[in-house]
Design a protein around this ligand. Structure first.
Ligand code: NAD
Length: 421
């Protein structure tokens, strides 16, 4: 990737600035909207199984809580730092507002590679992190959730660590296993929302879902379910990939077989390249340039950047990952007439069900999968309807419409509450 590429934080600022200009917001307020409320970095010493000491850094950035408690995922990734967390936390503020859910934005995690640690080491590290930030989080303050390389297992440890100090509080974290107050439909929620957005975007461009060619980069929690729901809608998933490489089949991959061959009962996963008789290998780079109706980057940020944006051949890019298109590449896609469904809309389905999990926890109830799905669809429909009318009224694209709607809502609550002492 080009060294002049903007960082994740700069990209969110760029997208927000465009919206604030469209809304004619004065620079003073714009500055406050861009700046995180709080950035915390903690030292995390870990006694490794072999007796040696390792020291990691944990981050929690709380960006804005004018609409409700901070909310956002925790990721375990060696390259995570404060700047990256700040960008992702800001993104959460705009996502929660766009979904019209009374919560704010946060993000964080640990700069570790969990695949190099034992399960016991990851548990100790996760719990150490929570003991260092427990005073800053809580059901009415800040509610973490899963993100890259974290899932129900880590959320259960967070619930345990917090509860040891503060008493029974399942609503301190979402994405928990069902047995600990998790919600039906949470595991597949983000992928469901991605498929929902892809279908709506195809509708807007008169592309028939039945037989639509789709490529998905990233076959983790999000990519897997997006592939499953989209193939159920009749789309042809011609390629998928993960960190180990990709798989291509011109006639459409057998998604059910792919999931079966890559997922073990104990929850461990194998690369799509280790499956047999489903397709031929393709590199991650080549997957991104396939001639498809919909390209879904569902791995990490900056997958589409200045270096490869001119080779993108899709009609629509659906941002399943957070910030998978850099702001530099976004300008080029715009010029080339490629529609981009922004992350704050496309992958918000997971956040919506996280919120519904929190609501259930506060009620002390667990709803059925049907009730959860119905409520999730209601939020997604409402966001799409608001967005489509904003796009039509102001003649602007998806991303600008999404950021203007979200920023307007945050500004409204800031003004109502009064934001300066
Ligand atoms: P995950 O860890 O379950 O899966 C990530 C996938 O990306 C894996 O298949 C991994 O092999 C692949 N990958 C990693 N590095 C890659 C690379 N360099 N090239 C190609 N593939 C690579 O994570 P996830 O939960 O599926 O999250 C994926 C993205 O979606 C992230 O950007 C995350 O922030 C975003 N997201 C996740 C959720 C959620 O509910 N899990 C919600 C909103 C957004």
């Amino acid at each position: 990737m080009s060294t002049t590429e903007h960082t994740p934080r700069e990209c969110v600022k760029t997208f927000l600035d465009q919206a604030l200009r469209e809304l004619d917001i004065e620079p003073e307020l714009a500055y406050l909207l861009e700046t995180p409320h709080r950035t915390v970095e903690v030292e995390l010493p870990l006694r490794l199984d072999n007796g040696e000491l390792a020291v990691y850094s944990g981050f929690r950035v709380q960006h804005d809580n004018s609409r409700g408690p901070f909310k956002g995922g925790l990721r375990f990734h060696p390259q995570l730092d404060a700047d990256h967390s700040q960008g992702l936390a800001s993104l959460m503020t705009w996502k929660t507002a766009l979904m019209n859910i009374p919560m704010g934005g946060a993000k964080g995690g640990i700069n570790c590679d969990p695949s190099e640690l034992s399960v016991a080491e990851v548990e100790r590290l996760t719990k150490m992190f929570i003991t260092r930030i427990e005073a800053l989080i809580g059901p009415d303050r800040d509610i973490p959730a899963p993100d890259v390389a974290t899932g129900g297992r880590e959320m259960a440890w967070i619930y345990d660590a917090y509860t040891q100090i503060h008493g029974h509080h399942p609503d301190v974290v979402t994405g928990k296993p069902l047995e600990l107050g998790g919600s039906h439909g949470r595991v597949e929620a983000t992928g469901f929302g991605v498929a929902f957005s892809a279908e709506r975007a195809c509708g807007a461009r008169d592309i028939d879902m039945d037989g639509a060619r789709i490529a998905i980069q990233g076959f983790g929690k999000v990519g897997t379910y997006a592939a499953q729901f989209l193939s159920e809608k009749g789309a042809k998933i011609v390629a998928v990939s993960d960190v180990g490489g990709g798989l291509f089949n011109e006639d459409g991959l057998d998604v059910a077989a792919l999931i079966e061959q890559t997922r073990d009962e104990d929850g461990s996963t194998k690369s799509v390249t280790e499956t047999s008789n489903l397709g031929k290998e393709i590199s991650n780079e080549a997957l991104l340039t396939l001639d498809v109706s919909v390209l879904i980057p569902a791995a990490l940020g900056a997958a589409i950047n200045s270096d490869n944006v001119h080779d993108i051949s899709a009609d629509i890019v659906v941002e399943a990952a957070n910030l998978p298109v850099t702001c530099d590449a976004d300008d080029v896609l715009k010029e080339r007439g490629i529609a981009v469904i922004p992350d704050i809309l496309a992958n918000a389905g997971g956040f919506v069900v996280s919120y519904l999990e929190w609501v259930q926890n506060r009620q002390g109830r667990q709803w059925t999968e049907e009730i959860v799905r119905e409520a999730q669809i209601e939020y997604l429909e409402a966001a799409w309807t608001t967005l489509e009318s904003r796009m039509a009224d102001n003649n602007i694209n998806f991303r600008l419409a999404a950021y203007t709607v979200a920023a307007e809502r945050v500004i409204k609550t800031k003004n109502l509450r009064g934001y300066l002492l």
